[in-house]
Each structure stands twice: as C-alpha cells, then as structure tokens.
Design a protein around this ligand. Sequence first.
Ligand SMILES: Cc1cc2nc3c(=O)[nH]c(=O)nc-3n(C[C@H](O)[C@H](O)[C@H](O)COP(=O)(O)OP(=O)(O)OC[C@H]3O[C@@H](n4cnc5c(N)ncnc54)[C@H](O)[C@@H]3O)c2cc1C
Length: 543
Amino acid sequence: MQTVEDFLRRKFWGWGYQAGPLDDTLTDTFVDFLRTTTGMEASPPLALPDRESIPLPDPRFPLPSAWENWITSDKEIRLHHCFGKSYRDSWRCAHGQFDNPPDYVAFPNDEEQLSELMVFARNNRISLIPYGGGSSVVGGIEPPKRTSSGGVITVNMLHFNKVLEVDTQSRCARIQAGTYGPDLEQQLKPHGLTLRHFPQSFEFSTLGGWIATRAGGHFATQYTHIDDFVESVRVVTPRGVIQTRRLPGSGAGPSEERLFLGSEGTLGIITEAWVRLQSAPEYKASATVGFKAFEHGVEACRQLSQSGLHPTNARFIGRGEALFMGLGDGNLDILILGCESSTFPVTQKLKDCLSIATACGGINLSEPAASGIDNQRDDKADTWKQAFITVPYLRDELVRRGLIVETFETAITWDKFEHFNARILAAAEHAIERLCGKGFVTCRFTHLYPDGPAPYYTVMAQGNGTDDLQRWDEIKRAVSDVIINEGGTITHHHAVGKDHREHYLRQASPLFISMLENAKTSVDPEQILNPGVLLKSPESRTN
Ligand SMILES: Cc1cc2nc3c(=O)[nH]c(=O)nc-3n(C[C@H](O)[C@H](O)[C@H](O)COP(=O)(O)OP(=O)(O)OC[C@H]3O[C@@H](n4cnc5c(N)ncnc54)[C@H](O)[C@@H]3O)c2cc1C
C-alpha cells in the first residue's frame, strides 16, 4: 500500500516514479522521428528542477502543535503538492516556477482528524484542497493564488487506503477513498473480484479522485465512467457527515451520491464508497482492423456501439496518432477490438465485431488465429498498451526539450460528429500554424456510446521556451470555444477543475449553476473547500 515514502519516490516535477520506464535513447529516437516526420525541432533538455535551490515561501499561519505528526510544512512534501499533471504543470515545473505551494500538507488518519481540520479551516478562513493521487490535468489540486487566499492546507488522503468490507453476495466492496488503483485491485484479488476501472492514470490515482472527477476507465463500451460502479458514498463536509444508502437502484428523488460524483472536492471530502465489483475475466480475445477512410472507421464504431455486442475495447485511433504510437505506417486509421468475459468464451463475439468492422470497409490486420482463439492477444493491442503506459513519461521529457504536448477531450452525438470533428481539427490546426508554425493534432475515440463517441485529441507543437503557456492557452481556448459552440462537452472525463471552469459555466445552464452554488453554501458556508475549482470563488461570482 502506498506510504508517504512511496509518494516521495515519485517526481515532484512530473509524472510517475523518478526511476520510470523511459531512458534517454527512447526520447531521442522519438525526437528524431518527430523531426523527420513534422520538422519540429527539440532543444537541449532543461536541467531537472533542483529541490535544494527552489525557494518556497514560509507558511502564513501557525497550526495547533498537537497536529505535528500528521500535518507538515516540509519543503519536499510541499513541492510535491504544487501542481497536477497537465502540460501547464509540467512546463512550470520544468521552468522551476514553484512560487505558489500550499502552506501545509495534511495526512489525516481518520474522519475525526478531517473534521478537526474543517473546524480549524472554518474558524481561520483557510482553504482546504482534497488530494487523491494528484493526477489532475485541469488545475484541480493547485492552490488558489496567494493573493486571493489567507492560507492553504492540501489534504492528502493517502492513509485512507483500505478495502474495509467485501459483500461477495451482492458483489460490492466498501473501500476507503485514498486507495490507489493497484492497491485496490490487490486487496480485492483474494476475493476473486475486481473493480475493473482502469484509467490511464490508474497507478497514480485514487478511488476518491475518480469519484470526485467522474473518471473514465479504458474500456470502450458499457461500464466506462466510475459513476456506473458507485453504490453509495460517505463524505465529510464542513457541516457534518453525509452517508448515502446502499441500494442497487432507487427512484427516490435526485440521487444523493450523484451530487458528489464530479464535485471535485468542492462539497466535501469523500472518505469511502461502496462500489460494485465484477468477476475477473477468464476469456479474452483481441484483433486489429485498419481503415483507408476515417469516416468508414467512424461508421464501424457507430454500428458496433449500437450492436448490443459491447466489445470491451473498441479503440479507434486516427492514422496520425497510430503512426506515433508505433501502430502502422500512417496510411490506415486503426481500430483495436477486444472482447472479455468471466463466464463465456468470446471468440464468436469478436468475430461478430469483426464482421461489422469489415462490412464498413475495415481490413482485418490480425493474424487469423487472433480473431479465432480465446485468450489470444493481438500484438498491436500490446503495442498500444505499452505506449499507453510510457507516453506520460515521454511527455515530461518532450516539455523539457521545449515542445508543446497536451491533450483535450469531449463527447458528442453521432449526428453531429463529422462536422464537430472537422471544426475542432480546423481550429486546432489554424491556431497551431498561427502561433507555433509547426505542429499537428490527432484524434482517437476513448469511449463509444450508442448515441455518440468521446473523441480525444493530442496536440504537439513547436515551442520556444518562453511564452509557450500563453500559446497553449490560445490553442486550447480556440478548441474549447468550438466544443461549446458546436454542442459538445468541455470534458468527457478529465473533469472541470480551474482550467475548464469558464467553459463549464458556459455549458451548464445558469439556473443549475445557481442551484449548485447554493448546495455548496449549505455544506460549506465559509467556502473553504477547493475555491475556484468547478465554480467561481464567491468574491468573483458577480463578475
Ligand atoms: C497521464 C494521465 C492519464 C490520465 N488518464 C485518465 C483516464 O484515462 N481517465 C480519466 O478519467 N482521467 C484520466 N486522467 C486524469 C486524472 O487521473 C483523473 O482526473 C483522476 O480521476 C484523478 O484522481 P486522483 O486520485 O489523482 O485525484 P487528484 O488529482 O488528487 O484530485 C482530482 C480532483 O478530485 C478532488 N479529490 C481528490 N480526492 C478527493 C476526495 N477523497 N474527496 C473529494 N475530492 C477529492 C481534488 O480536490 C481534485 O479536484 C489522467 C491524468 C494523467 C496525468
């Protein structure tokens, strides 16, 4: 189970452990590949931030001395809690801009300590930032600006790390919110059960973070969002504890736990949840299909999503991204198909999925055996999986070498997709060309619903090491405006945080936002919880 020592083995300036899976050769190869394919030039890497030479401002207020064994102002720990893991975060780390740390970091051991912290924060107007794994990519755990807050304590939920109860009859478990993905699965394994919620950030994110952000796992159809698995939640708020009832379903008014799904630390600190589990899959099979025309792949995805076959994986990757992921030569859009089951062989199901894909113009690129035998994996699915793990490490290295690398994501109904996608790509390409000269944007689908896909875009562009954040902000604004104006959502699974707040407030109806602000005021009257995330801080609401 993750300890504070494990936590400190991670980089304070980027993704993952200090001893990650990347070596410089891999980065150099990728940089060479980028140069030859796109003309983008990397600079020599910036030196890694040196913890000793980074100045940190002193804490602005004293704490009760009895708390010293669970709250700290230790420099290294505060450095780890300055940023999440977006491009903006990675860039500021690479450039040593650690000027806005929390004053303290708390590691509460139980709900009593959490409640004490809330009383202290209410009495002293201190902001509290709930913190799971810190993998937010939307400014969700970044302290408010020092000028706009009296003081900040980041609340790291690391010690809430246990599976407390397993109800094998109903196939559910009561799990503490600070439990990291691998620890959660390890504790469920002896029961033969799994949550099967695998976001790309699985290794470094927690159940509480997933619930607070409505995270999406990597399975492409059916159970995708953590929402589907949450049976009930327990939340400590500044006004007391809310425990929702365990029910398989209920029609009794608006759902209580739904209000906390996606609340992003603004309504309370989730301490535990009952979640629905599944049996581990016994049967697996995967295959890869190539498309000469992007729109044929889109049509295959639409038909698959409405077929009732529910492939576990149906990852459609545009040819540009496929090329960079090592999947082919850039002439085909790639669809990776996978079927899994704990009870039934899936060979026939995969064949049926393949029939749909090939009838839409797809070319089956798998060895014949891969589409015919249970538990046979297609090697392209493995290439994809490996890239999925390595890419976040690579991103930090590319940022240190002066390149702009970031993703954005959304969802839209099938009827609008073609126009929507074209408008997004045009806006991104135009902004990249105007601001950076060289660069590109690629598209893939992360999730398929019967009524529409969740497209995910990756931008890589030439940086100059000086005003890259402003240039990225302009690119991001251009695409976000299109997303909102064309009827999409500002986020399908990355959450709102501070970065998407402006567009979220344009997406949601004003009356709903007013209801949400009132809900916040009733549980958090002094507005101590994560100010500026999701909703505007009270002082700026009239602007
Ligand atoms: C490389 C990478 C890959 C990613 N892949 C995915 C992906 O596949 N799918 C996906 O959905 N997201 C993904 N993300 C985004 C991120 O991992 C998710 O938003 C994740 O759910 C955050 O979990 P966390 O535990 O790290 O939370 P944090 O980053 O610590 O916090 C996120 C938000 O939740 C709040 N919060 C955290 N814990 C609690 C709690 N116990 N109670 C109340 N509020 C809380 C925080 O205040 C903050 O607002 C990815 C991020 C990175 C860097």
